[in-house]
Write a protein of this length. Structure first.
Length: 186
């Protein structure tokens, strides 16, 4: 998340969704506050694209992979939140709303200076509440480093570097870290 839009009031979910349909930029929605999303760097886009392609080529037809333009809706107690993960995968037959998904098994975020704190803390805390989520992947763009948190491992951190191979267990995909950093220069 980045800066909130200047607004004297809280937005309803319906107002937010209507606004997003015609907005030229993407916005996240947290507790009635709308946050403008910043554009990604070339590294950010290359890494996101590399992961999207690897997942898309690997996944069976019943699964769907989305790259940073699909909203993720999370309902917690009486709150509804909407985020734009860099990559999300869902394999649920019951997760087919046109404008958002709710049941991802994998979420990946490419870290940037403006979002890293939120990706590691606030969003991660929210994402862990998604019953279907099995893996949360954080990918650095300034150094070749990938962090994977898995539900089956009590969300403990696993760190990987350029010469390593990772396995995304939720989708049974094994790939070298170097593949995610293809065409990225440091």
């Amino acid at each position: 998340m980045t800066g909130a839009l200047r607004s004297p009031r809280r937005w309803s979910v319906a107002e937010y969704l209507e606004f997003e349909e015609t907005a030229t930029e993407r916005h996240e929605f947290v507790d009635g506050v709308v946050y403008a999303m910043v554009g990604g760097s070339d590294r950010h886009n290359l890494i996101t694209g590399n992961l999207f392609i690897a997942l898309g080529n690997h996944l069976p037809d019943r699964c769907q992979v989305f790259e940073h333009a699909m909203k993720l809706r999370v309902s917690i107690e009486k709150s509804e939140l909407f985020f734009y993960p860099d990559v999300l995968v869902t394999c649920s037959d019951h997760d087919s709303a046109q404008l958002f998904r709710e049941r991802p098994i994998l979420i990946a975020e490419v870290l940037s200076h403006s979002t890293e704190r939120s990706d590691r803390t606030d969003k991660f805390a929210v994402y862990k509440g998604i019953a279907e989520l099995q893996e949360y992947v954080l990918i650095a763009q300034d150094v070749p480093q990938i962090e994977i948190f898995r539900r089956r491992n009590a969300w403990r951190l696993e760190t990987y570097f350029m010469d390593d191979t990772i396995t995304l267990e939720s989708v049974e995909l094994t790939l070298p870290v170097v593949q995610l950093y293809r065409r990225v220069t440091f």
